[in-house]
Design a protein around this ligand. Structure first.
Ligand SMILES: *Cc1c(COP(=O)(O)O)cnc(C)c1O
Length: 218
């Protein structure tokens, strides 16, 4: 099947309240444009440089989300390019985003990435550290915390991801009661090509899908 058919099939099987983010790492601008023509409205990129490469072709046709780990020396560019940064996992990074967004009069929507598998080598905030982070972020005027994102550990079967999705959903619900001028929990971003239906069943309202749209990565 081609990219267009893949997108239409996914859009037809996910509920309307679920937002599809097409995970476009390594794909060409032409491939991304094809997915946009079939109904993709949000495109996720993992690297600032890749986003810069495809942006001229797709600008104005979709919103662009940063879904990869963001290095602090790339924040200035990221704040200019992206409509949302889904991978904020430290106060230092958030402060840098806030500072850079402030200089261009932007309020940057962000998600907090949760290390739901508590894997030391992976990025993301440890679940028990979320509320302290939210507290520290609440005074930053040029970011807006709009939800949580998680990957979960790499496991044999997507079914095994359930406890990690469930944990993140619980944090999302608890955080939704946490109010702050710049905190409004709207998005729970979890689920990829193999796991999006499970993630939606566990409460996701944003899914990030790559290979099921564009085919296997080389
Ligand atoms: C690549 C990627 C995805 C999509 O992965 P697929 O298995 O190709 O659907 C989702 N989220 C992030 C953060 C990714 O890097």
């Amino acid at each position: 099947m081609g990219i267009k058919e893949n997108v239409r099939k996914i859009l037809s099987e996910i509920p309307e309240y679920v937002t599809l983010v097409a995970a476009a790492k390594t794909r060409t601008a032409e491939e991304i444009l094809e997915s946009i023509e079939a109904g993709v409205r949000y495109v996720g990129e993992n690297y600032v440089q890749e986003a810069e490469r495809v942006l001229p072709a797709i600008k104005g046709k979709c919103l662009l989300h940063m879904i990869g780990h963001l290095q602090r020396n790339k924040v200035k560019k990221a704040v200019e390019l992206f409509d949302m940064i889904q991978t904020v996992d430290s106060l230092k990074l958030a402060v840098e985003i806030d500072k850079r967004a402030g200089t261009i009069d932007k309020v940057m929507p962000i998600l907090i990435e949760i290390n739901s598998g508590r894997e030391p080598q992976k990025s993301g905030v440890m679940p028990e550290d979320l509320f302290e982070l939210l507290e520290s972020l609440s005074s930053l005027k040029n970011i807006k915390v709009e939800g949580l994102m998680t990957m979960g550990p790499a496991l044999e079967s997507p079914e095994e991801l359930k406890p990690y999705f469930r944990l993140t959903r619980k944090l999302f619900e608890d955080a939704s009661k946490y109010s702050g001028p710049n905190i409004e929990m709207k998005w729970l971003s979890m689920g990829m090509s193999d796991s999006y239906l499970i993630a939606i069943a566990e409460g996701a309202n944003m899914v990030r899908i790559g290979s099921k749209i564009y085919g296997r990565r080389k």
